[in-house]
Write a protein that binds this ligand. Structure first.
Ligand code: PGA
Length: 266
């Protein structure tokens, strides 16, 4: 579990701002990040709400902090009031997109099949999908964790993700293990629990994508990550990075979480 840290080329620390922050706050955060983030820090990405994408992308242009959307419609255009398409996301300056976050699965009844179509839409539009999977507390208690993770991953990759990843110059693909019981609850998974799920997911990725493609995929942990618990999780060889919700809204706390990987490599 612990020992050598994870592969540096798979590092990624992502901020999921959810439905928070206004434009001026987002711009101030990005300026501060640009000033304070050390050059040798782990690569980072910010996922702001849709209306903030152009401003955040403009602020972070030329930096090594990427920008992503929090959702994508499976179709590239059409009569879908309130939804946002891959071409619109790319046009706004984003290069990543979250797919299958548990809050969208819950609030919008997103099925594994629909998440798979979203992953395919991301690849089609040269956006890098960051896929979220994770079990509920009931599923964990019933001993169904691995079954749920396998089903969610298989559904998300069912629409040709392996071909998209194999294509030359294809966007990246990242996976976040986000146990639903840990999201926004303050109840973080222990390093042992996170590592066990990550080992399982890495094996599943190899089975579904082939070992070479699976080896390039950053495998992030998400769910109540904070400066206090990040260092213990970051030393695990299985944890390549974090997807951070609440603690990513505070610049100082987010910087401190990113630095957990700096410390893990030295
Ligand atoms: P949290 O959210 O860090 O606030 O638990 C994580 C997420 O939902 O991605």
């Amino acid at each position: 579990m612990t020992g050598a840290p994870s592969a540096p080329e798979r590092r990624l620390v992502a901020a999921n701002w959810k439905m928070h922050l206004l434009r001026a706050e987002a711009i101030a955060f990005c300026r501060g990040l640009g000033e304070l983030l050390p050059k040798d820090a782990a690569p980072a990405a910010i996922f702001p709400g849709f209306p903030l994408l152009p401003a955040v992308a403009a602020e972070l242009a030329g930096s090594f902090v990427a920008v992503g959307a929090q959702d994508i419609h499976p179709d590239d255009q059409g009569a879908h009031t309130g939804d946002v398409s891959g071409p619109q996301i790319a046009d706004a300056g984003a290069t990543w997109v979250l797919c299958g976050h548990s809050e969208r699965r819950r609030d919008h009844a997103e099925s594994d099949e629909r998440v798979g179509r979203k992953v395919a839409a991301a690849f089609r539009n040269r956006l890098s999908p960051l896929l979220c999977v994770g079990e509920t507390r009931e599923e964990r208690r019933a001993g169904h964790t691995f079954e749920v993770l396998a089903r969610q991953l298989e559904g998300a990759l069912a629409q040709g993700a392996n071909r998209s990843l194999a294509a030359s110059g294809a966007p990246r693909f990242a996976l976040a293990y986000e146990p639903v019981w840990a999201i926004g609850t303050g109840e973080v998974a222990t390093p042992e629990t996170a590592s066990e799920a990550h080992v399982f997911l890495r094996d599943e990725l190899s089975r579904q994508l082939g070992a070479a493609a699976a080896g390039t995929v950053p495998l992030l942990y998400g769910g109540s990550v904070a400066p206090e618990n990040a260092p213990a999780l970051a030393v695990s060889r299985e944890v390549d990075g974090f997807l951070v919700g609440g603690a990513s809204l505070d610049l100082g706390r987010f910087l401190s979480i990113i630095s957990a990987f700096g410390r893990a490599t030295t």
